[in-house]
Design a protein around this ligand. Structure first.
Ligand code: NAI
Length: 334
């Protein structure tokens, strides 16, 4: 009797663990569509919920014809549609918001995107307070603190479950290095720390296979401002969407692997971090080990050289202001 119930419990928890609902908010956008497509191709996703203020049912109908097992549902842009999209989600990705046009910084998006992210965070706090929230909408340095403030105000803040997606900076860094060194980018594991805009993006090449690159100003600048290349080339039609979709899908996949019990999954990501709290900086991106509870362990920066120490210094000033701006926004516009 005892054995039977133990086996049953185990069987139940194993199947419950393997049912992963993933929700995309902003699913009909430039990032949202290819991101949803990649999630449909991921066998770990069993239920894919797509929400947008326009067009999600159409995107869902299209993607739902792809012959993988997951169920795809598109939701109407109503409060109850949003709540249903979020109920039971294990991972929520938020690419909702406007992208940059040439000449804009990510901070220029603040006025529009801050309220979009605030309102979506409220819905998440209400309908899926235990989900992993992956914020893609820019400026990430401010939108992540906005989510945290909303969750705190409702008493459901879990710092282990909130992530700013900085994966694209890591993807770009490894690709750019592979172009210089004529190597396979899969072998170029570059750590990028700090935040997700301009000088707050700090690649640590001294920790890579090519430490001499840590003084390559042109490469560092390309990693910090790589997004601008895409904004310029798209000439008013938006910013990175396809590479971002790949990066967002990779981050979601890493979280799902970790939640399904895989060990040693590490991704640089922007989280509530102890690393610079003594300087009043509550969020910082560094290598984070993921686990079934979200953040398992925040890894320190490790050994960095003098050139990189200067980059971190420059990062901290801007990052502090970006974080404070997000916190102040919620205080003034709760
Ligand atoms: P987009 O304009 O093509 O798509 C945004 C989508 O969000 C649209 O379909 C829109 O209808 C939807 N939306 C707007 N308000 C909404 C709301 N309240 N609820 C649900 N959906 C809503 O923009 P794109 O290119 O997809 O970029 C989205 C965001 O991602 C931008 O803020 C951009 O700056 C950011 N981004 C972040 C990156 C990162 O590395 N974290 C990289 C590239 C872009």
């Amino acid at each position: 009797m005892f054995m039977a119930s133990r086996i049953q419990t185990r069987a139940f928890s194993a199947s419950a663990r393997n049912l992963s609902k993933v929700t995309v908010l902003g699913a009909a956008g430039g990032i949202g569509q290819p991101l949803s497509l990649l999630l449909k191709l991921n066998p770990k996703v069993t239920d894919l919920a797509l929400y947008d203020i326009r067009g999600a049912p159409g995107v869902a109908a299209d993607i739902s014809h792809i012959n993988t097992k997951s169920k795809v549902t598109g939701y109407e842009p109503t409060p109850s549609g949003l709540a249903s999209a979020l109920k039971g989600a294990e991972v929520v990705l938020i690419p909702a918001g406007v992208p940059r046009k040439p000449g804009m910084t990510r901070d220029d998006l603040f006025n529009t995107n801050a309220s979009i992210v605030r309102d979506l965070a409220k819905a998440c706090a209400e309908s899926c307070p235990e989900a992993n929230i992956l914020v893609i909408a820019n400026p990430v340095n401010s939108t992540v603190p906005i989510c945290a403030e909303i969750f705190k105000a409702r008493g459901v803040y879990n710092p282990k479950r909130l992530f700013g997606v900085t994966t694209l900076d890591v993807v770009r860094a490894s690709r750019f290095v592979s172009e210089i060194k004529d190597t396979d980018p899969a072998d170029e594991n570059i750590t990028v720390v700090g935040g997700h805009s301009g000088v707050t993006i700090v690649p640590l090449f001294s920790q890579s296979k090519h430490p001499e690159l840590s003084t390559n100003a042109e490469l560092i600048n390309r990693v910090q401002f790589g997004g601008d290349e895409v904004v310029k080339a798209k000439d008013g039609a938006g910013s990175a969407t396809l590479s971002m979709a790949m990066a967002g899908a990779r981050m979601a996949e890493s979280l799902l692997r970790a939640s399904h019990g895989e060990k040693g999954i590490v991704e640089p990501t922007f989280v509530d971090s102890p690393l610079y709290k003594d300087q009043g900086i509550d969020f910082f991106s560094s290598r984070v080990e993921l686990g079934p509870n979200g953040v398992e362990k925040i890894l320190p920066l490790g050994e960095i050289n003098d050139a990189e120490k200067k980059l971190v210094e420059a990062c901290l000033g801007d990052l502090k202001k970006n974080i404070e701006k997000g916190v102040a926004f919620v205080a003034a516009n709760p």
